[in-house]
Design a protein around this ligand. Structure first.
Ligand code: PMP
Ligand code: GLU
Length: 417
């Protein structure tokens, strides 16, 4: 039985409850929550007449634009090494279907890697992340895995979902070294790479550290908030191994999705040329994500939770272990009961850590902050343009509501709703 993916399931549930009149704080879904720039919408409208399927890997123009995009970010790329798809999720699944061997995942890791591995008939080996930042397995613990088993694939998420952090360069180097020594294929999921807080560059890509065996997947769902447009792309390595994988990946693509929708390829061609209005929009988005994620982080730490400081994207991953005795008195003993209490007693929707492969007894969950920007397009534009977004009444109101819920969570099972 294949279950509805935890992220999409909770989003549908919470939106249905809100539509039915329940006032909920929706912190459970990683949708970037921002409007489409007019210039990008105009490109899509102008491309409406493009109704041919086109080549499976993407049009020459889109592949050329993506190759330039990677090259400007320090990864020299030939257009022939780029494959487009309806979302990077489709590419991840096709890669897992094509690559041999079991899959090593950081723990916690984004929900779909384990589910897709199971669909592809693969065993998953979860290796805890270091305390400093998520998205990569702790190198020392990863080294121990090879004493017992011979996995084939390692997935790294840099920057990370669910922890909202960026792996340390020395950890990245150490895990890529291990992958090289043990002949693993690395999938580097870099979908949050444009959203580093403070606008800093992403750390060196695993594709620079292990060039011949790393595939990079990314897309426009997070940087430009185009999740519903489903634009993903991958960069395959040069060399014979990469060439064989490319042939297999496009083989799977040809049997499953044929090609990315042609108008979306026109959008990708435009956006991936880095026109100034697009880069300015993404920079403003990264600033807003940083401001709101830091404010929400402050609420959780003030409530007594431990949480790594957010460094990229729009997530944090609090740990309520210090409050275990107080929470136990209200019947909370693990991730599921904690997330359930937050939703049912206090009206706050989050995704429990076990959805990310974490220990179900741990009091951890993922908080996504990007649906706080507003309920209407006008509110979301205002948030993006505001000098002080936290002063906007709907954002300030949500933070106040969250603070009240976290205070009430620790005290009694009565609820704040
Ligand atoms: N990887 C990560 C870490 C994600 O959070 C997401 C979000 N959906 C994806 C991949 C897939 O995104 P998409 O299919 O929209 O490109
Ligand atoms: N990646 C987003 C999340 O983690 C949602 C979309 C998805 O899972 O496909 O919530």
């Amino acid at each position: 039985m294949v279950r509805h993916s935890a992220t999409l399931a909770i989003d549908e549930t919470l939106r249905a409850r809100r539509a039915a009149g329940q006032p909920l704080l929706h912190l459970a879904f990683g949708e970037a929550g921002l409007p489409v720039p007019d210039s990008v919408a105009a490109v899509l409208a102008a491309a409406a007449g493009r109704n041919g399927y086109g080549p499976v890997a993407g049009s020459p123009q889109a592949r050329q634009a993506a190759a330039g995009w990677f090259t400007r970010r320090g990864l020299a790329t030939e257009p022939e090494r780029v494959v487009f798809a309806p979302g990077s999720k489709a590419l991840l699944f096709a890669l897992l279907a094509a690559l041999p061997g079991d899959v090593v995942l950081p723990r916690p890791a984004w929900v779909s890697y384990a589910a897709q591995s199971a669909l592809a008939g693969k065993r998953v080996i979860g290796v805890p992340v270091p305390p400093e930042a998520g998205g990569v397995p702790d190198p020392e613990r990863l080294a121990r895995v090879f004493a017992e088993t011979r996995p084939g694939v390692l997935i790294l998420t840099v920057p990370d979902n669910p922890t909202g952090t960026v792996a340390r360069p020395d950890h990245l180097r150490a895990v890529c070294d291990l992958a090289e020594r043990h002949g693993l294929a690395v999938i580097a999921d870099e979908i949050y790479g444009e959203l580093i807080h403070g606008g800093g560059p992403a750390p060196e890509s695993p594709a620079a550290l292990l060039p011949e065996r790393t595939v990079v997947t990314t897309g426009l769902s997070k940087s430009l908030a185009l999740g519903g447009w489903r634009i993903g792309f991958a960069r395959l390595p040069a060399g014979p191994w990469g060439g064989r994988l490319l042939a297999e990946l496009t083989g799977v693509a040809s049997e499953v999705w044929s090609s990315l929708a042609a108008p979306m390829q026109a959008v990708a061609t435009h956006v991936l040329a880095d026109p100034p209005e697009v880069t300015a929009h993404i920079a403003a988005a990264a600033r807003l994500h940083a401001t709101v994620a830091r404010a929400v982080h402050a609420e959780f730490t003030a409530a007594g939770a431990l949480a790594r400081r957010p460094e990229a994207g729009f997530y944090l991953y609090p740990d309520f272990e210090p409050l275990r005795p107080a929470l136990a008195a209200t019947g909370i003993d693990g991730a599921a009961t904690l997330a359930d209490a937050l939703l049912e007693r206090h009206g706050v929707g989050v995704l429990p850590g076990d959805a990310f492969g974490d220990d179900p007894r741990a009091l951890r969950f993922r908080v996504a902050t990007s649906l706080l920007y507003g309920d209407t397009e006008a509110e979301r534009w205002a948030a993006l343009r505001a000098a002080d977004p936290l002063a906007l009444p709907w954002l300030a109101g949500s933070l106040t509501r969250l603070r009240a819920a976290l205070i009430a969570l620790k005290s009694a099972p009565g609820g704040t709703r």
